[in-house]
Design a protein around this ligand. Structure first.
Ligand SMILES: Nc1ncnc2c1ncn2[C@@H]1O[C@H](COP(=O)(O)OP(=O)(O)OP(=O)(O)O)[C@@H](O)[C@H]1O
Length: 438
């Protein structure tokens, strides 16, 4: 017998707000608390049914259906296990954060498992008019990392191609964090010049410089109690990286023209589409700043890493951009969208759908509406188009043009290009920045 009888365990669990069930070693539900019945109950009795049948409609445990199973992991490791699963709920399929804790009998053997569930409100597994949507394994992996880090105050670094949803992910982490009632302040580092950096981030006192007619709050101060999102951090010039590092290390700053040292109170989320590690090697990004912001990196997958999500995203984006409600994409249109390459990722998909909604007159958006795309797109260059030069140029220009031709072919991956060219990434960065090699 376990140290607690089932009725004792249940009366304890019933008092808890989160949905919880108790399972035996054979995956059978032996008890469910009131919160679980309220949120996940489907009207049919739960007791005696297996968790995989109720949550997934599987005939076999999750690990035999190609998913990770927290129960078998918990059994093997003997410690609590946490995973993210897509579960059937009365509201359709939703992402659920599942935590399993073993309950031992007096001889130390695992007798039961208590499973605690939390529906992830920050992302949807079905088409939705707002927020993150997705169900592909790469998306679920990202979501799992987001949910793990959200509770903490750790710095997060979002790494992913342009248009993969880094800003949306940053907002979702903020929403899932204890700072959700505080502000979310986004800063585009690409737009920060030397002169703007301090006045934008730290604010200024009245009379700090000509034109400073009143005290202005900086973005760091505006983010107090919330999250500061530094977008495009890879674009920050080296001279400004030092200033940012000082803020992060000391946790204090001064308004321009001010004497008081003010304490910063924000959770940092930074994002970039650049290969920061390669930039560090190339000395284009400070190593100390990199390690300061890289506490918890999260990769935001490109569309080609989650092609199965394209129809779901397309349906969701249609609800967001169409001024007429209730229209659908034709089956043919969905197939065409799913088979396309997107160098601009979800942003490009969104634009494509928005244009099509303007072209379509009927209730259905068809292939012709999508293909009526007259804007010349900076399409990814055809891989077989060779390098050509039709005029006489000096060697420096030749090198420059060759790099202009080569880099897009390698996805603008400087580290990969450097390997192909037999030079260091650092040399290549310097060439791109128009500097002479040291
Ligand atoms: N998982 C998702 N579900 C639904 N919409 C998404 C998702 N990810 C991104 N989007 C939408 O795609 C567009 C681009 O997203 P976002 O601006 O967050 O990308 P980004 O990675 O920050 O881009 P950049 O690097 O260019 O700043 C936005 O309209 C956003 O709402």
């Amino acid at each position: 017998m376990p140290p607690y009888s089932l009725p004792e365990l249940m009366s304890f669990l019933d008092g808890l707000p989160e949905p919880r069930i108790v399972m035996d070693r054979d995956y059978r539900i032996v008890a469910a608390n009131q919160a679980y019945v309220r949120e996940f109950g489907d009207g049919t009795p739960l007791l005696g049914r297996t968790c995989y049948a109720v949550s997934h409609r599987y005939g076999v445990p999750c690990d035999q259906a190609g998913e990770s199973c927290p129960l078998s992991r918990c059994q093997e490791a003997g410690t609590p296990q946490r995973v993210l699963h897509l579960h059937h709920t009365p509201h359709g399929e939703e992402h659920v954060d599942v935590e399993l804790t073993p309950i031992r009998d007096e001889r130390g053997r695992i007798a039961y498992f208590v499973e605690t569930m939390r529906v992830v409100r920050e992302a949807s597994g079905q088409a939705a008019a707002r927020g993150l949507v997705g169900r592909a394994p790469t998306f679920v992996r990202m979501l799992e990392r987001m949910m793990r880090v959200a509770d903490s105050n750790a710095a997060v670094l979002l790494l992913g191609e342009t248009g993969t949803g880094k800003e949306l992910v940053a907002q979702a982490i903020h929403q899932a964090s204890p700072r959700r009632s505080g502000p979310f302040v986004a800063v585009d580092c690409a737009g920060l010049t030397e002169t703007l950096f301090e006045s934008e981030l730290f604010g200024y006192e009245k009379g700090a410089f000509t034109g400073a007619g009143h005290r202005k709050l900086g973005l760091v101060e505006a983010a107090a109690g919330g999250t500061l999102f530094l977008d495009e951090i890879g674009e920050l010039p080296l001279s400004l990286q030092v200033k940012l590092l000082r803020l992060l290390e000391t946790g204090t700053y001064r308004r321009v023209g001010g004497l008081d040292s003010l304490r910063a109170d924000f959770r940092l989320i930074a994002a970039t589409h650049r290969d920061l590690a390669a930039m560090v090697e190339a000395e284009a990004f400070r190593r100390d700043l990199y390690f300061r912001i890289d506490t918890f990196p999260i990769h935001t997958p490109a569309l080609h890493e989650r092609p199965e999500d394209i129809p779901l995203l397309a349906e969701s984006l249609l609800r967001r951009v169409d001024r007429r409600s209730g229209r659908r994409l034709s089956a043919e249109a969905l197939v065409w969208l799913a088979g396309r390459r997107y160098s601009g990722n979800i942003r490009e998909l969104r634009n494509l759908i928005e244009r099509a909604t303007l072209m379509a007159d009927g209730e259905e958006i068809g292939l012709a509406d999508l293909q009526d795309d007259e804007t010349p797109r900076p399409a990814a260059p055809a891989p077989d188009a060779g390098f050509r030069l039709d005029e006489l140029v000096d060697l420096a220009t030749l090198e420059e043009r060759y790099l202009d031709w080569l880099l897009p072919r390698l996805g603008n991956d400087v580290a990969a290009a450097a390997r192909r060219l037999g030079v260091s990434a650092r040399t290549l960065y310097r060439k791109r920045q128009g500097r002479t090699e040291r």
